[in-house]
Design a protein around this ligand. Structure first.
Ligand code: ADE
Ligand code: ZN
Length: 346
């Protein structure tokens, strides 16, 4: 498609209006400070912050772990099925406003089951919101259960066991939390079991960790998609492999700057990833903590990187559909809608 006809000044509007998928969003990372306070009051949970502004002021992170400490503490206000519903419903409405037509949403059950919240409460609220999103917003969404990599593989097997009675409510598993000292191979057994069960497999790798974590996620976990993966550029052979095998990366630019993976957005390597032929996508990761939802990730990144224009906007949206875990017919339908959108803008 010839996209040269779209003037540069129209690109921000195109980014916001184009249909797209979001493939890397932690639902607990969509918990806004306002909702944290509301749920704390509702559930009589004591917070170490007096005001919303005080809480927001704590969102000055120096690395992944400094964020995770606050993020896991924030999730402590989630107690009842209705709390999980409210959190997910708020995200889905925001995603709809950003013209997201499909979302694959991570959740961290161990953060909740470790506090005595039954798995059923967590997945019940999230699933109810997703079903309402489908009916009322026409938004397609599914859940991916993440294992916390700072915990043991035995713990991961235990949560998988708890999750299996709800197998129809999630499509796959992922691996998140702190990378350092928690390599992919620690979870090879549980990922092999999930593969046998027909679950889709993804893993965070190469966010703070090295390119080797990405290679091991592919080879030892059989991950089909890599979350972040930005450190692949340190390894030219790996870059060639990712491009050749069309293994998608779910990149999260605002997150990467907030967690000091890159010093600024203008230093981000998403343009280089696309230029290398990698199926890179843009996502929000933990939007309540990192300064914006999906459209803000797109517009801020494009504003900071002059090499990105209408062609890359189209490519990123197309990649988001290609990288999703829906059937081929549904993907083709969304890509046709995307093509229609761009031809109408020309
Ligand atoms: N959990 C929530 N956000 C995360 C991130 N950016 N990296 C690893 N684990 C996470
Ligand atoms: Zn993430």
């Amino acid at each position: 498609m010839n996209l040269g006809c779209i003037p540069r000044e129209e690109v921000p509007d195109v980014l916001c209006q184009m249909p797209k998928a979001e493939l890397h969003i932690h639902i607990e990372g969509s918990l806004e400070p306002e909702l944290i306070f509301e749920l704390a009051t509702r559930n009589r949970v004591e917070l170490p912050y007096q005001t919303i502004d005080e809480l927001r002021a704590a969102y000055a992170f120096t690395d992944l772990q400094s964020f995770l400490d606050i993020y896991y503490a924030g999730a402590g206000v989630l107690q009842k099925e209705a709390d999980f519903f409210d959190m997910a419903w708020a995200y889905l409405k925001r995603a709809k406003a950003d013209n997201v037509v499909h979302a694959e949403i991570f959740f961290d059950p161990q953060t909740h089951t470790a506090r005595g919240i039954p798995f059923e409460t967590v997945i019940g609220g999230l699933d109810r919101a997703i079903r309402r999103g489908r009916e009322e917003l026409g938004l397609s969404a599914s859940l991916i259960l993440c294992f916390l990599r700072h915990l043991s593989e035995e713990d991961a097997f235990a949560v998988l066991e708890e999750a299996l009675p709800f197998r129809d409510k999630f499509i796959g598993v992922g691996l998140d939390s702190g990378e350092h000292g928690n390599p992919p191979e620690k979870f090879a057994g549980v990922f092999a079991r999930c593969r046998e069960l027909g679950l889709r497999l993804v893993a965070h790798a190469g966010e703070e960790g090295s390119a080797e974590y990405i290679r091991h996620s592919l080879d030892l976990l059989k991950a089909e998609r890599i979350d972040h993966g930005v450190h692949c550029l340190d390894d030219p052979e790996l870059v060639a492999r990712l491009a050749q095998e069309r293994i998608p990366l779910t990149v999260c630019p605002l997150s990467n700057v907030k967690l000091c993976v890159f010093p600024t957005l203008s230093a981000h390597n998403i343009g280089k990833l696309l230029a290398a032929g990698i199926v890179a996508t843009i996502n929000s990761d933990d939007p309540a903590y990192f300064g914006g939802y999906l459209n803000r990730n797109y517009t801020a990144t494009f504003a900071a990187l002059p090499e990105l224009g209408a062609k890359e906007a189209y490519q990123l949206a197309r990649n988001s559909f290609e990288a999703s875990f829906v059937d081929e017919g549904t993907k083709e339908g969304w890509i046709m809608e995307l093509d229609d959108f761009f031809s109408r803008r020309c």
